[in-house]
Design a protein around this ligand. Structure first.
Ligand code: AMP
Length: 116
């Protein structure tokens, strides 16, 4: 069994978070250390540590994460100006929290995708 992270506590409302959306499958909340004017994390309620552990049964949830991302972008008023979705997987991508999450970034012109 994968170990729970702080994100499981956010899903269960056990610690404070600025939750912007939640349903049976996913939870979305503002990143505590925003890297852009709008920075929201969209996570599955099911504990999946990284994208590598995704299973066939997660297909609908993963698709739902994208639909929710687009809805939140609209809600935040950044759908037309533009936004970026990022999933970091493991060390080289700098993943810090091992509960799958998609970053929704926007509200300003974003830098290059990869800084070298
Ligand atoms: P990653 O580097 O892709 O694993 O991203 C983890 C993200 O989680 C970082 O952007 C953190 O700022 C964010 N984060 C960590 N703890 C919290 C928290 N309690 N509430 C909101 N965001 C958090």
């Amino acid at each position: 069994m994968a170990e729970e992270t702080i994100f499981s506590k956010i899903i269960r409302h056990e610690i404070p978070a600025d939750i912007v959306f939640q349903d049976q499958r996913v939870t979305a909340f503002r990143d505590i250390s925003p890297q852009a004017a709008t920075h929201i994390l969209i996570i599955p309620n099911k504990l999946i540590p990284t994208l590598n552990e995704v299973e066939a049964e997660d297909e609908a949830t993963l698709g739902h994460m994208l639909i929710v991302a687009a809805q939140i972008a609209k809600q935040e008023g950044i759908d037309e100006s533009g936004y970026r979705l990022i999933i970091n997987c493991n060390r080289d991508a700098g993943q810090e929290v091992f509960h799958l999450h998609m970053h929704l970034l926007g509200g300003e012109t974003l830098g290059k995708l990869v800084n070298k």
